[in-house]
Design a protein around this ligand. Sequence first.
Ligand SMILES: Nc1ncnc2c1ncn2[C@@H]1O[C@H](COP(=O)(O)OP(=O)(O)O)[C@@H](O)[C@H]1O
Ligand SMILES: [Mg+2]
Length: 251
Amino acid sequence: MTEVSTDTPMIRVSAVDKYFGSLHVLKDINLEIPRGQVVVVLGPSGSGKSTLCRVLNRLETIDSGAVAVDGVPLPEEGRALAELRADVGMVFQQFNLFAHKSIIDNVTLGPIKVRKLGKDEAREEGMRLLRRVGIADQAEKYPAQLSGGQQQRAAIARALAMRPKVMLFDEPTSALDPEMVNEVLEVMAGLAEEGMTMLVVSHEMGFARRAAHRVLFMADGEVVEDTSPETFFDSPESERAKDFLGKILTH
Ligand SMILES: Nc1ncnc2c1ncn2[C@@H]1O[C@H](COP(=O)(O)OP(=O)(O)O)[C@@H](O)[C@H]1O
Ligand SMILES: [Mg+2]
């Protein structure tokens, strides 16, 4: 019998260090995320959360250690890197949609260019994804004509159009007006329920409690706590986590 690979973690980060000049922003990070797991990352501003996300899809290089996605070490460049980027979808705080393209064109661009889908097929799949995130009726509009929540849902559809194995979200609701936060979190919770492997930087505690299997608390470039949402929110261990929770809970 051949070895089955279902035990390979979807993401494996081994002894990763990252510097910006003399600033040590990721300190010996070790992390395994099994497939289907939803991880919420919290921590104070500047603790390295965004850098960790960017390292996972090679938007940032690392100085030592190793990162593998679905058992494949992160490629340096070229076609393999483009494929990796397709495997690891990313949604940022700023929606980063192409302003001069319609919503459906934003969603179909990657599949046509990278996955080599035909226009019709890409459009059909794109419309299916827009329906899934609830904005099919906005398909022909330009990003500026949509609300922030709709734009962020379009950004999620665009990432999903690449058929990623993992989705990274870096503070996806921080730039939204409060009344639009839930519509985006709903889409994310749906993805989580369907079994998508997700790493979500977010301070939305309702989402973390409802959708996360695991919480990582980062401070000063280190993972300080790695536990269940219940344990983290109800009985954090470290002083730094208690201090952090004290600050976000009083807001
Ligand atoms: N491109 C960069 N060049 C230099 N320093 C950076 C760069 N990006 C981030 N940093 C610094 O690295 C640290 C971690 O940043 P970041 O990962 O963005 O933290 P977080 O997302 O937790 O707020 C911060 O001190 C930040 O100022
Ligand atoms: Mg950040």
